[in-house]
Design a binder for this molecule. Structure first.
Ligand SMILES: [Zn+2]
Ligand SMILES: [Zn+2]
Ligand SMILES: [Zn+2]
Ligand SMILES: [Zn+2]
Length: 358
C-alpha cells in the first residue's frame, strides 16, 4: 500500500482544459489540477499516519467525527458504508477482517459504566492519601503523606458550586483523582472558600450537609499539588476550569485534554461534551440523570485517553522516506505514496499514541 501511486481522478485527460481537477491527494482525496497545487495542499494539510483513516478506502480525516460521517453519515460513501455495516466497529470505527473478528473486538471495545464509588483503595500510597484527607485539621498526618508511588497518568475532575451575589463565582466543592487503573486516589468534598449562593444542585447534586466534616480547600489542594509535582500526565475534560478552581498549574506538555484533542472535536472544531464522547467512543452513558459524579467523569476521561493512546495506525503505510525522491522535479511522476505525502506535512496535533512509545 505504501507504494500505491496516486490515482489520477476523472479518467484520461482528453483536452487541454486545466480547470478540470485530475490529480487527487492520496490522503484526503481532494482533487487538484496540477501537481504543484497538490504539493501546496500537502504543505498545509498536515496529513500524517495519526489522522483517522477509513478502514475501507483509506481516506484520511481531520477528526473522528469526519470519519464517522464518511462511514455512517447521510452522505456516507456507499462502498465504505456497506463494508463498514458488515465488519466495522461503531465505537472506534476500525474495520475488522471478518464479522467474527468484529464480534470478538466489540467485547473489548465496549465499556461498562464505571462503578461510581470506584475501586477500594489498598496500596500504602492510597491509604496515605486517605489518611491525610481524614486526619484532624492541623495534625501532622494532614500535612504529610508518603510518596512511595509515582503515577504515570492521573485523571482529575472537580465539581464547582456558585458564590457571589449572582452565584457566578466558581467555588471548588468536590475533587476526584483516579489513576490509570481506575483506582480512586482522591474523592472528597471540599470546604467552600466562600459562602455558597448557588449549589447548582441539578448539575452537582451537592447539598449543604455534604460539606459537614469535609477537609479544607488548602488540604485538598496540597494533596493534589503533591501528586502533580511528580510530573504525571494529567488527563481530564476541559482541565483549565479544574486547574483554575484548584489554583494549580500543570505543564502544558503533560496535559491530555479530551475537550481539546483534535481527534475528538466536532468537524467545526468545537469541543464535544464528555457525556457525548463517552457514549460514542466507549459505549456507555454518564451523567445520566444530568448530575455529574466527578469520579465517573474522571474515569471516562481516563478511558478515552487510554483508548487513543492504544490506537494502532495503519502503520505499514509509513516508511522512512527518501527525501531525494521528493523534490518538485519529481512531482509529475505519479509516484506519490503515503510516505512521501507524510514527509510534506507536519502533524497538526500531538497524537496520544506517542505516549505509549515513550
Ligand atoms: Zn489531502
Ligand atoms: Zn498516533
Ligand atoms: Zn472510505
Ligand atoms: Zn472498536
Amino acid at each position: 500500500m505504501a507504494s500505491e501511486p496516486v490515482t489520477k481522478a476523472g479518467g484520461a485527460s482528453s483536452g487541454g482544459n486545466t480547470e478540470i481537477p485530475r490529480i487527487r491527494c492520496p490522503a484526503c482525496f481532494k482533487q487538484f489540477s496540477t501537481d504543484e497545487n497538490l504539493v501546496r495542499h500537502l504543505e498545509k494539510a498536515c496529513h500524517t499516519e495519526h489522522e483517522p483513516q477509513c478502514g475501507v478506502c483509506h481516506k484520511h480525516c481531520f477528526c473522528f467525527e469526519a470519519l464517522r460521517e464518511h462511514l455512517l453519515g447521510r452522505l456516507a460513501k456507499k462502498e465504505c458504508a456497506a463494508e463498514f455495516s458488515r465488519r466495522g466497529c461503531s465505537l472506534c470505527l476500525d474495520v475488522l477482517e471478518s464479522e467474527e473478528a468484529l464480534t470478538n473486538h466489540r467485547l473489548k471495545c465496549q465499556f461498562m459504566s464505571a462503578c461510581p464509588s470506584g475501586k477500594v483503595l489498598t496500596t500504602p500510597m492510597e491509604q496515605s492519601i486517605k489518611g491525610a484527607i481524614d486526619a484532624p485539621e492541623g495534625s501532622a498526618e494532614a500535612a504529610h503523606f508518603s510518596e512511595e508511588r509515582q503515577y504515570g497518568a492521573v485523571a482529575l475532575d472537580c465539581e464547582m458550586v456558585g458564590g457571589g451575589s449572582d452565584g457566578s463565582i466558581n467555588i471548588c466543592a468536590r475533587v476526584c483523582l483516579v489513576d490509570e487503573d481506575e483506582n480512586v486516589l482522591l474523592n472528597t468534598y471540599v470546604q467552600p472558600l466562600l459562602p455558597v449562593t448557588d449549589y447548582r444542585y441539578e448539575i452537582t447534586g451537592i447539598k449543604p450537609s455534604d460539606f459537614n466534616g469535609a477537609p479544607s480547600f488548602k488540604r485538598v489542594r496540597y494533596i493534589v499539588k503533591r501528586i502533580l509535582e511528580d510530573g504525571p500526565l494529567l488527563i481530564g475534560h476541559d482541565l483549565r476550569h479544574d486547574l483554575a478552581c484548584l489554583r494549580l498549574d500543570h505543564s502544558p506538555e503533560l496535559i491530555r485534554d479530551t475537550a481539546t484533542y483534535q481527534l475528538f472535536v466536532k468537524t467545526s472544531g468545537v469541543s464535544h461534551k464528555l457525556r457525548f464522547l463517552t457514549e460514542v467512543f466507549l459505549g456507555y452513558k454518564i451523567q445520566d440523570g444530568t448530575i455529574h459524579d466527578p469520579c465517573e467523569d474522571a474515569i471516562a476521561a481516563m478511558r478515552l485517553y487510554k483508548r487513543m493512546r492504544s490506537r494502532r495506525h495503519a502503520g505499514a503505510l509509513v516508511h522512512v522516506c527518501d527525501l531525494s525522491q521528493l523534490s518538485l522535479q519529481h512531482v509529475d511522476a505519479p509516484q506519490w505514496s503515503y510516505s512521501s505525502v507524510y514527509s510534506y506535512s507536519e502533524p497538526s496535533f500531538y497524537c496520544w499514541c506517542v505516549d505509549s512509545k515513550t
